[in-house]
Design a protein around this ligand. Structure first.
Ligand SMILES: Nc1ncnc2c1ncn2[C@@H]1O[C@H](COP(=O)(O)OP(=O)(O)O)[C@@H](O)[C@H]1O
Ligand SMILES: [Mg+2]
Length: 294
């Protein structure tokens, strides 16, 4: 095993030393397992997105509905089930296409429709006015111009479970911008399960929007997701025993974020202990260090 501190410079400040130390542990795992990069980072990197049936269907549905200006959608599901990853993939696919004008924002701490409208307009590069009504008119004019130029503006909003009645009312209002044939603005809201109950309580909005539920993965999907990520990182077969996969599912209930976190920790654990394969016992020990329970 490569000495963990061999690449740290002892003259550097403490913060840098800590960064360097973490970097060295990663390097250890990556080189020990003969990979090009770490397979289990929890950032939603679209390259590592495994297209399970539900992920593939969700992306296809969003693309179809937005491309054809059919309808506003909302995607909801548990924390760590892959919603933001889906949204990023969609953003990546549409943003390079000149027929679309895509804006993605996070709905945290935006309390009023006024503040929210300003943020949306800034995202699209539209001038705001002092008066709310005037801003709305500017935005509508912009949407009509885009329509006439054959461009589809798309608004992607993550963490939409944070949206209150006032900001949802703005969404409802924006959905009324339409011609006889098509909606002028395409909207995809993404959030935790609470988003669905909020929309369902707001009946006029619910009747206009199409829901997509994202669920935890099945044991088979979870294993294929791990195998896929391993291959993206430059490996062939991940070093997990069959019972390690079973334990992985039991501790994560099929939620990809927890599974990625657990695998990342388990790899460091086996490298530090000089094991070649992750066993169910390694998963047990690691899960307990992460406070995950069966
Ligand atoms: N389909 C998937 N394939 C590969 N990794 C995934 C998948 N879904 C989720 N992940 C992993 O789980 C993490 C959490 O996913 P994220 O999209 O942030 O979940 P959510 O937004 O539902 O809380 C991602 O950063 C990614 O590492
Ligand atoms: Mg998210």
């Amino acid at each position: 095993m490569v000495s963990r501190l061999s690449c740290a410079n002892f003259n550097m400040p403490l913060d840098n030393l800590a960064d360097n130390f973490i970097h060295c542990i990663y390097m250890d795992v990556v080189s020990h397992l003969k990979l090009n990069e770490t397979p289990f980072r929890i950032s939603p990197d679209p390259r590592f997105l495994f297209l399970s049936d539900q992920v593939r269907e969700a992306i296809a549905k969003c693309e179809y509905m937005t491309r054809n200006r059919i309808g506003p959608l909302y995607i909801y599901g548990p924390i760590g089930s892959g919603k933001t990853s889906i949204l990023r993939r969609l953003h990546e696919t549409l943003r390079d296409d000149p027929e679309y004008r895509v804006s993605m924002l996070i709905a945290a701490n935006i309390k009023t429709s006024n503040a929210f409208l300003r943020i949306i307009m800034e995202e699209f590069g539209v001038k705001t006015a002092r008066a709310y009504d005037r801003s709305l008119r500017n935005f509508e004019e912009f949407l009509i111009e885009q329509y006439e130029a054959g461009i589809v503006p798309i608004l992607l909003i993550d963490e939409a479970q944070n949206m209150g009645r006032d900001t949802l009312r703005l969404i409802h209002y924006l959905l009324n911008f339409e011609t006889a044939k098509a909606k002028l603005l395409q909207i995809v809201l993404v959030g935790q399960e609470e988003l669905a109950s909020r929309i369902l309580r707001y009946r006029e909005l619910a009747s206009r929007m199409f829901p997509i539920a994202i669920n935890a993965m099945s044991p088979d999907e979870l294993q294929r997701m791990i195998e896929f990520r391993w291959m993206v990182a430059g490996g062939t077969t991940p070093p997990l025993s069959p019972d390690a996969y079973e334990a992985l599912f039991a501790f994560t209930k099929g939620l990809p974020r927890d599974a990625v976190k657990l695998c990342d920790e388990a790899l460091r654990h086996i490298v530090a202990n000089n094991h070649d394969v992750v066993s169910s016992a390694d998963i047990e020990v690691t899960a307990s260090s992460l406070n995950l329970t069966r």
